[in-house]
Design a protein around this ligand. Structure first.
Ligand code: PXP
Length: 244
């Protein structure tokens, strides 16, 4: 099975918010991404709602025909309440600070073990699959398994930053982390800074990669190629890598 592509539409909301109206229409973009081949829609509401708004998340849920993934920091009760009310297929827990430009680290699954176990069980009891954002470090992945999470999402910024210099070196820690995830029966997702240049190599070399979520590069590429072509280009990278 090729890895699934979940399209993060936060950037569409950022563009809309910059003018105050409803252009581009986030709801229509979510509908169209699915029509154009996306296997899922990802949103990352932040406390100040500078990208996706809480009201967008409620509005998007009924039009989802694929998989809805909500990312965010569960330290905010507002976020936990939103996820429990909307009941997406998956929640991805990310330890980002409220004003942070974008996520920049994974969970400390060792020191935050008890906290994670409690919050993960809250979501799982509601029938929501849980994934937690983790750096590609073997003992952090091993400890993630003890939190009860269904999946981990490997934070791929470090891979993306060094891929052009030496792909083998860039991916080495991710392969080791993926092997530990498999041994521990954890599902595996990945995301951050994946793009048309680095995606196929990543998907081809990471065993058991179930899903990638991609926002910034995909929406930027859509300015040149259009949204439909771009989604198909990204899907092709994942299909190339599945014909191993
Ligand atoms: N995964 C997580 C946890 C994120 O916070 C983000 C960015 O919001 C992404 C994936 C997608 O990263 P990018 O926009 O660089 O594709």
């Amino acid at each position: 099975m090729p890895t699934k592509l979940s399209v993060n539409i936060n950037k569409i909301a950022t563009l809309r918010n910059s003018r105050g109206g409803n252009n581009p229409d986030v709801l229509q973009v979510a509908i169209d991404c699915q029509k154009f081949g996306a296997d899922g829609i990802t949103v990352h509401p932040r406390p100040d709602e500078r990208h996706i708004r809480y009201s967008d998340v409620h509005a998007i849920k009924p039009i989802i025909t694929t998989e809805f993934n909500i990312e965010g920091n569960p330290l905010e009760d507002k976020f936990v309440d939103l996820v429990l009310a909307v009941k997406p297929a998956q929640v991805t827990l990310v330890p980002d600070d409220p004003g942070q430009l974008t996520s920049n680290h994974g969970w400390d699954t060792i020191n935050k073990q008890d906290y994670l176990r409690t919050i993960i069980s809250t979501f799982k009891k509601a029938g929501i699959r849980v994934s937690i954002f983790v750096d590609p470090v073997e003992n952090l992945v091993a400890a993630a398994a003890d939190t009860g999470t269904d999946r981990i999402e490997l934070y791929t910024e470090a891979y993306a930053k060094t891929f052009h210099k030496n792909p083998e070196e860039a991916i080495a820690d991710y392969v080791k982390a993926a092997v530990v995830a498999q041994q521990k029966n954890l599902g595996l997702n990945a995301g951050h800074d994946l793009d048309l240049k680095n995606l196929a190599y990543f998907a081809k070399n990471i065993p058991g990669l179930l899903e990638v979520s991609i926002g910034h590069a995909l929406i930027s590429d859509a300015l040149y190629y259009g949204l439909e072509n771009t989604i198909q280009l990204y899907k092709r990278q994942l299909h190339i890598s599945s014909n191993k």
